[in-house]
Write a protein of this length. Structure first.
Length: 256
């Protein structure tokens, strides 16, 4: 190992966090150098929310970073390590047991946005109307509070709360679920979520061009006069240190 650059990311600022940071620093081999601008490893301390924030913070450099999350929060579907694992940091890094987490991407007005769990789109306080195309073929004209796209990992989050399916994380796929759909003579929505294969491209064309809100995990972006949104499974992934066995379904069962 030679000059491995690292950074820390945490939302909390208390004595317990500072104690963990100091312990990690003192445990790391001498080849580790702190660099918050261009890190190769980002240690997160918190829960899944902290990890997701760190991913979005470093999204422009995501291809060159591996995240090493420590659980200090309430929800940790992505997190394998706890404070008692700090003594094993150097061994874990050397073993390179890294899991690649899929992302979705949304193309809006020549800008690309990314999500690890899900995108949601809508006005939410008012219904939105848009046509949904799959590979340029019209699937349906939809009217409702919003629409949700999730990765297989994100299928157990917001997606599940709107009636979407739980999808095995080893499947290469993504999910589209509706948020409070409204059926009328003009709009007849498919009354079920859809699991898409990885190469499908979904295009949303808005019929009422009012302001729209895009949520990407725990980030929010608002748009005025939105016309078209293109959603697909990204070729980019997030790299996360994990244990040899990543028991995702067991974690979901415990959380239910």
């Amino acid at each position: 190992m030679f000059n491995m650059k690292y950074a820390f990311y945490t939302k909390k600022n208390n004595d317990k966090i500072h104690e963990m940071l100091d312990k990690i620093k003192s445990t790391l081999d001498k080849d580790f150098i702190e660099d918050i601008v261009n890190p190769e490893i980002v240690f997160t301390i918190g829960g899944d929310g902290t990890l997701l924030e760190a991913i979005h913070h470093y999204i422009d450099k995501i291809d060159d970073i591996v995240f090493f999350p420590f659980m200090m929060g309430h929800i940790g579907f992505y997190i394998d390590f706890f404070p008692e694992d700090i003594d094993k940091i150097n061994e874990i890094v050397k073993n390179k047991n890294i899991r690649k987490i899929p992302m979705l991407e949304a193309l809006i007005k020549d800008e690309t946005y990314y999500a690890v769990n899900e995108f949601s789109l809508g006005q939410f306080a008012h219904a939105s109307a848009y046509d949904i195309y799959v590979d340029d073929n019209l699937l349906e004209s939809y009217y409702g509070s919003g629409i949700l796209f999730s990765t297989t990992y994100g299928s157990s989050a917001y997606n599940r709360s709107v009636g979407g399916p739980l999808v095995d994380i080893d499947l290469n796929a993504f999910v589209m679920s509706k948020i409070a759909p409204i059926t009328s003579r003009q709009y007849s929505s498919i009354a079920a979520p859809i699991v898409f294969s990885p190469n499908k491209i979904i295009t949303l064309k808005y019929n009422n061009r009012r302001h729209q809100t895009l949520t990407m995990d725990n980030q929010i972006q608002k748009f005025d006069d939105l016309e078209t949104v293109i959603i697909k499974l990204s070729k980019r992934t997030v790299s996360i240190y994990t244990r040899e066995k990543f028991a995702h379904l067991q974690r979901i069962r415990k959380a239910c």
